[in-house]
Design a protein. Structure first.
Length: 214
């Protein structure tokens, strides 16, 4: 039970740091400046549902993807660890990750931003996908369920942040958002390093067993 609780907390914190709802709220407010409250709510729901479907698909199909492309779990953890570390490192220095951002100017009111860039790559970017697959790649149903539930909970938190974003950003201020971004970056760099270390360990075990069997 203790291991399950620890994993659930780790998965949630990994997703929370990667998606960073506080910082993303500032991005969301800027991108929906020309929308009224009803349009913002519709955009929020569409973006979060899309992101949830993407992450759920990778959680459920992760093992199948590995088999089709001949990918090993250590390879995912090594590459995923590097990817997550890079995102965290960029956030630690106070800048938004280029992997979870969009370079276009503020969109027109008529342009649908829910799918792109909000759902992908801001909410369900490469780092978030790598994190989801890392935690669910063992193929055990319990791990998959924990990962999906953790992401669903984070989607609910993001939903509230987006709806009340203007008031939240006003209270936190630019300094508050910057501090939050840096803290999330620190957490991500640690998680990325842990994923990489686990990947090195798993790769060593894999090569040892391959040498023994040959």
């Amino acid at each position: 039970m203790h291991n399950i609780t620890t994993m659930a907390i780790t998965v949630f914190m990994g997703f929370f740091a990667m998606m960073n709802p506080i910082a993303n709220t500032a991005v969301f407010i800027g991108m929906t400046a020309n929308q009224n409250q009803q349009q913002r709510k519709k955009t929020t729901i569409k973006a979060l549902v899309t992101a949830f479907v993407i992450i759920t698909a990778f959680c459920l199909l992760g093992k199948g993807i590995f088999e089709v492309f001949g990918i090993t779990l250590p390879a995912l953890r090594l590459s995923g660890g590097i990817l997550v570390f890079i995102v965290g490192y960029q956030m630690l220095h106070g800048s938004a990750s280029k992997l979870h951002s969009h370079s276009t100017n503020t969109p027109d009111a008529d342009k649908d931003i829910a799918i792109s860039p909000l759902a992908l790559p801001i909410l369900a970017g490469p780092g978030t996908i790598a994190t989801a697959m890392n935690y669910s790649a063992s193929g055990q149903m319990l791990h998959i369920v924990i990962t999906i539930v953790a992401f669903a909970l984070l989607c609910l938190i993001t939903f509230v942040c987006f709806l009340y974003g203007a008031k939240l950003i006003e209270k936190l201020g630019e300094a508050g958002v910057s501090i939050t971004t840096r803290l999330m970056g620190l957490i991500l760099t640690i998680i990325g390093a842990q994923m990489f270390i686990q990947g090195v360990h798993d790769a060593y075990i894999l090569f040892q067993s391959s040498n023994i069997s040959s």
